[in-house]
Design a protein around this ligand. Sequence first.
Ligand SMILES: [Zn+2]
Length: 277
Amino acid sequence: MSPPRFIPGHDVPARPRDTALLFVTRGLDLLVGEREGAIHLPTGSELPALAAEANFLGTLEGVDCYAASLPKDTEPPAGLKLVPARGLYGRVDEALFAVVGRALAISEWDVTHRFCGRDGQPTVLVPGERARRCPVCRTPYYPRISPAVIVLITRGDAMLLARNANFPGAFFSTLAGFVDVGESLEETVVREVKEEVGVELKNLRYFGSQPWPFGRSLMLGFTAEYAGGDIQVDGQEIAEAGWFTPDNLPHLPPRLSIARQLIDDFLARVKARNTPG
Ligand SMILES: [Zn+2]
């Protein structure tokens, strides 16, 4: 395996920040420049004030990366503009896109934990850790990640996909839901599926995970087989659901998502199963 291109780090290097890449965010937008259709990020020397207070993220192929937030009422500097970070998928290098995700999460954590929730004191950064701490009561504040499960349910050559009432566009996807306090991941999968479509599962298996900084969550993917029950949508979160085979596929989620990876993996398995030889 080739060495990882991005090496995360918390401790701020002693190097000057002039040549560092600055991942400047506001909400889920990123500050970028665009030249002849190509996206580029500002460097520390272009935005010294933002660079000075930015959080170190790590190095991308040896280049220091920092995350900063553009204050709410500040106009983007000349030559730069805010664009939805998610829309950069496929337009920038994959390793760089992953750093954008980290930057969104780190900047959000930094601006929302400036004060202690217990006593209102200003918090300070903790050296050597990704944490802020209250100097009075010592409460630490780490970036928050909300785990969520996502599951592809199959029945022979068919998969159960659902259209979420809140999804942008009318695509059908796998079922997903946030983990409740006190629940195991397996319990979350069973509960969410029961609530959303009313069916029973068997042979639950872990598939893989994907950080999803756009919702500050970590998606934990599973596959499961149908074990019984008729589809009954809850009518609130899920607008409609049904069984889909490779020859009657609906509009599917974007390739970036683990939902699509689960679906594509299943389609490849069905194809291999049904190919003679
Ligand atoms: Zn405190």
